[in-house]
Design a protein around this ligand. Sequence first.
Ligand code: SF4
Length: 460
Amino acid sequence: MLLRHTPKEIKERTAITINPAKTCQPIGAMYASLGIHGCLPHSHGSQGCCAYHRSTLTRHYKEPVMAATSSFTEGASVFGGQANLVQAINNIFTVYNPDIIAVHTTCLSETIGDDIPQIVAKAMTDGKIPDGKYVIHANTPSYAGSHVTGFGSMVKAMVDYFSENTAGKREVYNLIPGYVEPSDMEEVKRLANEMKIDSIMFPDTSGILNGPQTGRFEMFPEGGVSINDLKLTGDSAATIALGKLSSEPAARALDTKCKVPYKLLDIPIGFLATDRLIMAMQDLAGTTVPYSIELERGRMMDMITDMQQYLHGKRVALSADPDQLIPLVEFLISIGMDPVHIVTGTPGKKTEKRLRELTSGMKSEANIKVGANADLFLLHQWIKNDPVDLLIGNTYLKYIARDEDISMVRFGFPILDRVGHSYFPTVGYRGGMRLIEMILNALLDAKDRKSPDESFELVM
Ligand code: SF4
């Protein structure tokens, strides 16, 4: 009982978060940066921040994640980090030769108030940035937002620094995938291909964080959106932005800067959100839905129908990031499950409003908490008072799963103790089938384990 001190009685808390349901802004910024080809992320702060962010991404993706740091010590903490960053830019281009350095700030450099554009301008004036190379930045203090907003800020930086109007509009569509797995990005690109849509996805971590074992270390793997494509995003006919927090800031900036209209959609988790994506693609590009996609959807519906008796009425507790949580909750309700306890540490009034709307038709009102104090401690207390059949969330939920003997589906970020997420998507119809498989396996394994002899079934 690792969490044996969690009491059943819930008391109002104002000043403390216990086992948070979010992580640092810079982790999201670092992840987004890795989705640009030839990019080395750079953490402007202390070595400890960078080590934590790199190790979390490395553990989640089981791939070496490269990033540099300004290595703040006492001097930089007092006098500012300009000298460190200028020196770092020089060293990075000299030693590692990336095409681009994507700088994100940390709590310390934000508290000092370092002006990154001014420091980068100085590096440029001092001749530390070679011709044809780039340095971009995003402000990502971790006392605001979460890894999701950090991701959104770095994606917006890609627009701010690169998008431009060049040769006039092209029949190409920008896809901003949201903070999802490399496998999910691949799946969204595949759906666009099936719909015969020319697209630029940014960022795109597929091929970078889910690449093959070749026996050779590649500092900059083949995947990622190119800088040239990022420039061309300003000429695209429209943008499809998936996920309000992680994608809309960039889509809106692109609309303002280059007059590229955008459509904001949920990340396509579940058949309803995927339907909306497919319909949006059809409407924007004027293409038709091919039989291959109808087939995938039909298979997903068949799977849900075949196993409905095991899904219906099952009570679920969830902890995830808002952009995934909203379509996931919608999906669970659409297949007859009851998401009764829901937390997300990323703040946002609109997230809470949508979650309440989605769950308003359930038999009893769901427990929903968003932002400060929306932590795993509270989720555990809710579960102690009102048990569930299934947990869905990142690896940190395993402590509750173990103490309360509840089946768990690993979903979201970070997943530190399983593999598969970077290779097998949970978006689109195929991803939906995988989600259903994972949910059913968890529920049916528990049924097998817990059923008395007289109701132990061979066929289910
Ligand atoms: S919370 Fe702030 S100080 Fe801590 S690791 Fe994240 S960026 Fe660094």
